[in-house]
Design a protein. Structure first.
Length: 327
């Protein structure tokens, strides 16, 4: 019963957290306006171009992952690596952060790659990605420091009055987001403590982590990394051109919102639902976009991008099943 309860909570809590934040963000929202813009005010040409960048970010990640597996003596098919990435992002919609584990399971099943070693390469990938987002954040913060400072003030993280802080709904949104991150860290530590009990598993994971040292084509690895993050950014930025009320926003404005949204999705909710909307809407308003229009943008863009994740996940699963069945 305890195991069933834990599994249920892992699914329900992220959904509840995301739903709670979405409720606060959209509690007085005009959804008729969103429907009107979706049907008559969206430039679908730009949206399709944005989605192409979204697909390519996953493809480049799959190609890069294959590079880190080669030093371990693992040679999975390139298509399997990409399909595993598709499936992992779709899995995260149900169980946030479990996707990283699921993609290792995919290669273990279809290409007989050591689960523990491939998990180590995923850890290495995340360290590289963390370094990238920190560099992007640092540069963006230096270029747009006044905007970030205004964002902190608007969200209640820099308010001198404690009373004002406690009555601000944004404070509670931020508080629940922090709680969500802490819960995620707790489960990660629990997982780590479990692995520590199995020395062989830990050694295999460590071997996977250190695989980056033996990547043969380092320039190609760097190129893939740059392309991944460029695709992530343009997957978001190009959507500005889908709507009349955002097409005037600058490249730097896109960087600011991209950074804010990237940190927001750390909160363990399905595809960052809730925290991502909160961050993007608040920052968009700082650039003069009307609150309702900002809400429409976040609702439509996040909805379509989430649909893309689902479609790619289904494609990846079907492709894996059909190709490997035909062997």
């Amino acid at each position: 019963m305890n195991k069933l309860l834990k599994k249920t909570l892992k699914i329900v809590l992220p959904i509840f957290l995301g739903g709670f934040i979405l409720y606060w963000v959209y509690r007085d929202f005009d959804f008729a306006r969103a429907e009107e813009i979706l049907l008559h005010g969206t430039n679908w040409g730009w949206m399709l171009l944005s989605l192409l960048f979204g697909v390519m970010s996953h493809v480049f990640r799959g190609w890069r992952w294959k590079q880190t597996l080669k030093p371990l003596g693992a040679y999975p098919k390139t298509s399997d690596c990409v399909d595993a990435i598709f499936v992992s992002y779709a899995t995260n919609l149900i169980l946030p952060r479990v996707g990283e584990v699921s993609r290792c399971g995919v290669l273990a099943k279809y290409d007989h790659v050591s689960f523990a070693k491939s998990l180590g390469t995923v850890v290495t990938e995340r360290l590289v990605d963390a370094l990238c987002i920190l560099l992007i954040t640092g540069l963006t913060f230096l270029m747009q420091m006044p905007v970030f400072l205004r964002f902190f003030e608007e969200t209640g993280t820099k308010i001198p009055s404690l009373v004002h802080l406690l009555v601000s709904p944004w404070f509670y949104v931020s508080l629940f987001s922090v709680i969500g991150v802490l819960v995620l860290l707790y489960y990660l530590l629990r997982m780590l403590s479990f692995f520590e009990k199995v020395k062989g598993v830990v050694l295999n994971i460590w071997e996977g982590v250190m695989s980056l040292r033996n990547v043969k084509n380092v320039p190609l690895f760097i190129l893939y990394t740059l392309l991944i993050w460029a695709c992530y950014f343009y997957h978001f930025y190009i959507t500005f051109y889908c709507f009349q009320f955002t097409e005037h926003l600058s490249f730097l404005a896109g960087l600011v919102m991209f950074v804010g949204g990237t940190f927001a999705v750390i909160v363990p909710t399905p595809n960052g639902a809730g925290p991502w909307h909160f961050a993007v809407i608040t920052m968009m308003m700082l650039y003069g976009v009307d609150a309702t229009d900002a809400g429409v943008f976040a609702l439509i863009v996040h909805g379509i991008q989430t649909l893309l994740v689902i479609v790619l996940g289904i494609y990846g699963w079907l492709h894996l099943s059909l190709v490997n069945r035909s062997k």
